[in-house]
Unconditional design. Structure first.
Length: 113
């Protein structure tokens, strides 16, 4: 079974830990990756995460993820002028379900630039 990772801000990590699950965002999906990153700006750039700080990751056992999409390169994020502000290219996949998080999940802080 695969191991997945979810990257997020400190505030969202606290909400996930308190609620015991990652819930789909406005897109109706939870974004995951098979890549473990150590530095926040690297995860943000490769996964094209924009609009929130990327400060923490959580390791998720694949048994908690069902019906996930196949991994594919993240699409670059462009600002309103068309300038690429997050390069993308890192492997991402999505799930359209809540993902249970328990005390056995491993949270880890990401280094700052």
């Amino acid at each position: 079974m695969a191991t997945y990772y979810h990257y997020t801000s400190r505030e969202s990590a606290q909400n996930i830990a308190c609620g015991g699950k990652i819930i789909p965002g406005l897109s109706g999906r939870v974004f995951l990756t098979v890549c473990r990153y150590a530095i926040g700006h690297v995860a943000a750039n490769e996964l094209a995460i924009y609009g929130k700080a990327v400060e923490f990751g959580v390791e998720i056992d694949g048994v908690h993820v069902t019906n996930a999409s196949r991994p594919r390169p993240a699409i670059p994020y462009q600002d309103q002028t068309g300038k690429v502000v997050r390069a993308g290219g890192g492997l991402e996949l999505t799930a359209k379900q809540d993902i249970q998080i328990s005390s056995s999940n491993k949270w880890f802080p990401l280094d700052i630039p």
